[in-house]
Design a protein around this ligand. Sequence first.
Ligand SMILES: Nc1nc2c(ncn2[C@@H]2O[C@H](COP(=O)(O)OP(=O)(O)OP(=O)(O)O)[C@@H](O)[C@H]2O)c(=O)[nH]1
Ligand SMILES: [Mg+2]
Length: 452
Amino acid sequence: MTPYQPTIFALATPPGKSGLAVLRISGKKAYALLQTLSGGRDFTPRMASVAALYAAEQATPFDTALVLFFQAPASFTGEDVVELHLHGGPAIIEAASATLLALGAEPAGPGDFTRRAFENGKMDLVQAEAIADLIDAQTRGQLEQAQRQLKGDLGELYGTWRKALTTIRAQIEACIDFPEEEDVINEALTALGPKVTSLTSQIHAHLQDHKRGERVREGLSIALIGAVNAGKSTLLNALAGEEAAIVSAEPGTTRDVVRVRLDLGGFLVELADTAGLRRSRHDIEKEGIKRARATAKNADLRILVVDSSDEEDCDAEVLSMLRDGDFVVFNKQDKLSGKETKRVIQSAAKLQTHDLSAKEGQNIDNFVQALEAHVTALLGAQESPSLTRARHRLALEETCRALSLAVQLLEDSPELAGEHLREAGAALGQITGEAGTEEVLGKIFSAFCIGK
Ligand SMILES: Nc1nc2c(ncn2[C@@H]2O[C@H](COP(=O)(O)OP(=O)(O)OP(=O)(O)O)[C@@H](O)[C@H]2O)c(=O)[nH]1
Ligand SMILES: [Mg+2]
């Protein structure tokens, strides 16, 4: 028996005053509700109609709206769906909601519409997540990734692996069921080894993506580091186009980590300004420096800012924080008379260097272009789809772990190997939702907004 599913409604547009507000209704009673609201009219599915809508026992309508009816199963949720394109005034929305409540519809919870779409087989769990990402997308990179995921690329890849696993499991079952033909069986089991190994390596390769998809979704983290007064905060402000961090000639101005979000080449980047690195006796500055080090360590990319007019060598400890691909900015070029020898730094890491003046804007455009090119190289589109959430990563790691155990036990203990393959399939199925538990589903959909 299918559990009781109330007919639900929610605004699909943001709350507040607007030209239009779309109120969406989904469930068995959706069409009957539309008929009651409109005083008993009939509506053709997928045809826009203008209808006067009435609250109970009222002779004058609370609004005249454009209405759409999608008949199950040809709707977003797979149920009967009605959309009321109301005038977006709070009194109208209130009247519509109160009438629907009085008629027995229930307000939708977070993600309820998408959850129903998932439960009615309209999409897999990865596609449901893509809808949330599509709505949250702020940059072109995030949008393209969400669209690709919504199209089903990622789910398809995992589906192929699940199918391969099911075939391998069926072959093992056959071996377990007919143990009398020992030679044939041993041969069959031996042949299965490379198949499991090949599947494991494909999943491994998919995992070795430098968290590309997660970074596109959550933003690439970049840390500005360097000695006090090098011009880190000035550079952050220049890149952000706003005075986000305090700039002053006093060394040790920045203490807390100041973060700004930027769109670099269509990708979301979180740029962090940090406290200048020096030996300090002040507790607050010491804490700031500790945070600066941690931010630099955890960032995806570091930009070391150096004051070109300062003759002192870069601190060896600061240099040791740099990794291949990191940037060095020789700042304050405007202060140089041109006679000085060019500054160099000694580092084992392969670094990209740029001469500029953050204060005067000299060469900043070239620097931004180089940074954009670097971010695009790290996050730009790849041939195969990328996983986009830690949830996917954990499930795939669990799949690989179970597959590795299975391959070791294949010949000596096919029953146990079969059990590990079942675990691998379950872990893989959790990503797309075939093997989803209520707990997993609840967690995913509760992160959605109401009305999605
Ligand atoms: N001439 C010149 N001065 C600069 C440039 N960039 C920064 N400054 C000056 O250098 C001083 C320090 O700049 P900040 O941006 O506060 O330096 P910081 O690295 O954030 O310093 P701390 O927060 O103390 O670590 C300020 O007086 C800035 O105006 C530059 O490109 N040219
Ligand atoms: Mg600063």
